[in-house]
Design a protein around this ligand. Sequence first.
Ligand code: NAD
Length: 248
Amino acid sequence: MDAAALQPAAEALRRARHVALLTGAGISAESGVPTFRDAQTGLWARYRPEELATPEAFARDPKLVWQWYAWRRELVAKAQPNAGHHALVTLAAKLAQFTLIPQNVDHLHEEAGSKNILKLHGSLFANIREEDHEPVASEDMSDDVPPHCVRTGQRIRPGVVWFGESLPQDVLAAAMQAARRCDVFLSIGTSTVVEPAASLPFMALQSGATVIEINPDATPLSAHCQHVLRGKAAEVLPALVAAAFPES
Ligand code: NAD
């Protein structure tokens, strides 16, 4: 991590009243949850996630998609929040306004203690009916794979937003408002290519916010934001929060 780059970013954070944050798969990497862009290992290495996380894939092979989600749920259920998730809880306590916008479908921000989260892409642990997208309680699920709703007969699917699907409009509107109103926007562990989330840091830039990126690799945002902190979220975030609020 570049210590010289840390101080000006920490200074911007210290002066901020409203901080908005977009997080992606990279923030959970140190918790052992693989990102989509990382090479996949083991059982599922031969499938591209972009080809499993779509309504078309579920229509084509519902069992395969359900089993992939069951595997991811198991993996995530065993994972613990890392120092990056915890640093964001410390940071929230220091600010007048804090808007956390995760793209992740894991529960690690919640486990760390973050509150009022704008979950853009749903949750791995939610189940919804395929046709009307209503949530289903586990006692209403049949035992087949994928299960059906015993009340309506509808097939059940994971409660996540798949590639090509619309985001929950109220959640997206709140995220866009935060991006336009914040003084500092952090983009953490996201490839910044999956829309509409990828546009949020650019909206913040257009509205005059200071944008800080935390990512070991370059993204389409890197050349546009004021501060780029190259490194792992689980290392950079605690260092950034400690530099901004040494008393924390
Ligand atoms: P992505 O997989 O496309 O990109 C991950 C990004 O994280 C990359 O830019 C990579 O350079 C960066 N990264 C890798 N290790 C990092 C680390 N230790 N610290 C910081 N950054 C690191 O993920 P995305 O941009 O979030 O978009 C893909 C979609 O898939 C999103 O909806 C995402 O939430 C979902 N997804 C979720 C999970 C999860 O819930 N944990 C895991 C994989 C993918």
